[in-house]
Ligand binder design. Structure first.
Ligand code: BG6
Length: 483
């Protein structure tokens, strides 16, 4: 179903995110018939280009990052014809009157995507207002990093609130746009089966792993000032934790969902120093030139920034008190694998005796790759032997279970941008959520600074420092395999 007519202005329209994700994603939506033919996409950036030059740049970007050709050349030409470009100075006056002229008299939905450094958010918002483009119909989309601590996040929220109401601000966390992340809510709240067991009485612990094989690549300068805690845990892993732990919202609507997520963040326990392990990856042996170690990659031989984190926390509320949540994320690990695992407790009594061994139900929700949900159940080992038990997976791999023809693959960004146009904020972070997440993260990071903490080295292609294994082993548990 096509969305309503819209004008989308992308500040930073020539940047990496716009070329890699935003515009190829919009082209795919165009091919799927979701973009109305008169919708306009206006790139706005410092580069001295005209609309024809911009269209050429985006044609090349779609060829490079668009994945499989979404639809034919004719369609691509039609899509590109909907693009315009304005050379603009976010810190000055140049270009603003041109943009204003383009937007003047429009009675369509207006969205402004701030795909720029957060230090420019305030300047752009101020100019949008000055040039009459910040009326109550306007929607703005902002990218992470949303601050680097509570203080800066508060300041950013305050600045944006000077010009826009909260219901106009769409803070993107692209993990919320992933298919399986939404499926997590469907599984929890669309089935009777799981919810009665979803608490500390039946759940032994929960693990969330987001492992990547990539290193910091060309983003060393940004990454070295952030580290895994700010780059991944404060936002992506925190959002996954909220969805897995929150109470059922009364409705699937933005504030009902976000109220419940906020309660989870506010109930998170502080993390004790011995419940957290930081790591930094080493070079790949014999291939240092291609896969250098972290410090070389960020060009900072004394860097103490972590590229890996493993931590244990708890949620102090009636549902979860006493149930550990183990979070783990890192770069240059053994495999690319993101998974949430709910490990249920042992049965209270084994009627089959010790020989049968102890078995646990494990529900694992795989975000990527091979999206799907697996429930491990215990059955009798087939055959004439005694009552020996084994665990087998009840597997629902989406690619295998559903007819591929019926699955429409929608990238997280595509989905989220269409949600902006539809005016649906359910999958976007509210200002108070972001602040609460920083309020939990700040003391952890400050603790490292006070203790002069140095991350533990870990080998390329592994599961991180051995200390992370030791941390969970001390609790009598072990991490899920990264595959
Ligand atoms: C980004 C982080 O937000 O998410 C990156 O800044 C990380 O460091 C990326 O690589 C992971 O996203 P995905 O969708 O590839 O899992």
């Amino acid at each position: 179903i096509p969305v309503d007519q819209f004008d989308l202005v992308i500040f930073g329209g020539t940047g990496d995110l716009a070329r890699r994700k935003i515009l190829p994603g919009l082209f795919r939506r165009f091919c799927a018939g979701q973009m109305p033919p008169d919708a306009r996409i206006i790139g706005a950036a410092r580069s001295d280009l005209d609309s024809a030059g911009y269209r050429q740049m985006i044609r090349e970007a779609i060829a490079e990052f668009g994945g499989e050709q979404a639809c034919g050349d004719e369609q691509l030409d039609a899509f590109l014809a909907q693009l315009e470009y304005v050379t603009i100075d976010a810190l000055g006056e140049a270009g603003w009157s041109e943009l204003q002229k383009l937007m003047e008299g429009s009675d369509r939905i207006e969205a402004y995507y701030f795909s720029v450094a957060p230090s420019l958010f305030g300047d752009i918002a101020e100019r949008l207002q000055k040039w009459g483009m910040a009326d109550t119909r306007a929607r703005i989309v902002v990218e992470k990093p949303f601050g680097r601590d509570l203080e800066t996040a508060r300041a950013l929220n305050k600045t944006l609130a000077t010009y826009f109401n909260e219901d106009q601000i769409y803070r993107i966390d692209h993990y919320l746009g992933k298919e399986t992340v939404q499926n997590l809510m469907a599984v929890r709240f669309g089935n009777m089966l799981f919810e009665p067991l979803w608490n500390s009485q039946y759940v032994d612990h929960i693990q969330i792993t987001v492992a990547e094989t990539v290193g910091v690549g060309g983003r060393g300068e940004y990454y070295d000032k952030s580290g895994a805690m700010r780059d991944m845990v404060q936002n992506h892993l925190m959002q996954l934790l909220c969805l897995i732990a929150m109470e059922p919202p009364a409705r699937f609507d933005p504030d009902a969902v976000r109220d419940e997520k906020l309660k989870v963040i506010r109930a998170l326990d502080p993390v004790l120093a011995h419940h957290i392990v930081r790591g930094q990856y080493q070079a790949e042996p014999c291939n240092e030139a291609e896969n250098p170690g972290y410090r070389t990659a960020v060009d900072n031989p004394r860097s103490r920034t972590e590229s890996f984190i493993a931590l244990r926390t708890e949620i102090s509320n009636w549902r979860w008190a006493g149930t550990p949540f183990y979070l783990r994320t890192g770069k240059r690990m053994a495999a690319r694998s993101s998974e949430i695992t709910v490990v249920f407790k042992d049965t209270p009594h084994s009627i089959f005796g010790d020989e049968a061994g102890s078995h646990r139900n494990v529900l694992s929700i795989r975000l990527q790759p091979n999206e799907g949900i697996t429930l491990g159940v215990t059955i009798k080992e087939p055959g004439p032997g005694g009552m020996r038990l084994i665990d087998v997976p009840l597997d629902m791999s989406f690619a295998e279970t559903l007819d591929p023809e019926d699955i429409e693959h929608v990238d997280a960004y595509e989905r989220l941008i269409m949600d902006v146009i539809r005016g649906n904020q359910t999958l976007f972070m509210r200002g108070d959520e972001v602040e609460a997440a920083w309020a939990w993260t700040d003391p952890i990071i400050n603790g490292w600074v006070t203790r002069n903490d140095v991350p533990k080295p870990y080998d390329h292609g592994t599961t991180g420092p051995t200390d992370a294994e030791d941390m969970i082993r001390r609790d009598g548990r072990k991490w899920r395999k990264i595959t």
